[in-house]
Design a binder for this molecule. Structure first.
Ligand code: ZN
Ligand code: ZN
Length: 262
């Protein structure tokens, strides 16, 4: 389909990405980059912040991607390795995987990238995703960053999920679509203190699609953080209504369940 929004990075986009990464590597070598988390010491992650990152280790629930660990109901008796919560309440995505917990230095990095105009911090998050998430996607997969409203994108100057998705499209050589899924209405910023029900009501109907380009495709939603997965579930619903065959999600960081402390 010639007018499809689904495209791989073209020659110039790949060339620009290579130049951008080369310049960044040089800046790191010269000690010209402050720690993306604490913004004090030499980065990209200083020696205090580097150990303050908590990777998500297998075994994880095959649906929601949350590690079983010690404090979550153990599923070892189940052949499909689905956690208690997914079994009991169902799950809106076909699968979700995340690289690290939304804690410590990773949390600071995400907040700096989103609210303190440090988009360069996103390269580090993308690196973690490429390192930790196994690239075994179907041939029809397309990366789709979770959209921001036009208003918020204008305020921030960029969509952090889109920057992450471009890095992943480069490293994994996958097509990307930033046009088809869009935020139909501007919703208030979600806060961790909102109840799950309140969050669902806020984002319900917030997303829609412009074309049928997702028909029979595997959509891989990309975002910086997943807390309750309400936003990702709302996106998944819109993609499925547009004919997507399956909807997976990959996020750089993952919020811990309230009872699952460090
Ligand atoms: Zn630091
Ligand atoms: Zn689960």
């Amino acid at each position: 389909m010639s007018d499809s929004n689904i495209k791989g990075l073209d020659f110039w986009q790949r060339t620009l990405m290579r130049i951008d990464r080369f310049v960044h590597t040089m800046r790191v070598t010269w000690g010209d980059v402050k720690c993306y988390a604490c913004e004090q010491d030499i980065g990209p992650l200083c020696k205090c912040c580097a150990p303050d990152v908590y990777p998500i280790e297998e075994p994880c629930c095959e649906r929601c991607g949350y590690p079983f660990g010690n404090s979550t109901q153990n599923p070892t008796s189940s052949p499909k390795k689905i956690c208690y919560f997914c079994k009991k309440y169902g799950y809106g995505l076909d699968s979700l995987k995340s690289a690290v917990f939304f804690d410590g230095a990773a949390k600071k990095l995400v907040l700096n990238a989103k609210f303190r105009h440090r988009p360069n911090a996103l390269r580090y998050l993308a690196e973690w995703m490429v390192e930790r998430i196994h690239r075994d996607f179907p041939a029809d997969a397309v990366l789709v960053p979770v959209p921001l409203s036009a208003k918020r994108k204008q305020e921030r100057g960029y969509n952090q999920a889109e920057i992450l998705a471009r890095h992943l499209a480069f490293d994994w050589n996958l097509p990307i679509d930033t046009q088809t899924l869009y935020r139909a209405k501007h919703t208030q910023a979600l806060s961790s203190s909102d109840t799950v029900l309140a969050r669902r009501q806020i984002v319900a109907q917030a997303f829609s699609t412009r074309t049928d380009h997702f028909k029979n495709k595997t959509v891989i939603l990309i975002d910086d953080v997943c807390t309750t997965s309400t936003t990702l579930t709302a996106c998944a619903l819109a993609c499925k209504q547009a004919g997507a065959r399956s909807v997976l999600a990959l996020t750089a960081t993952r919020g811990r369940r309230p009872w699952d402390s460090l």
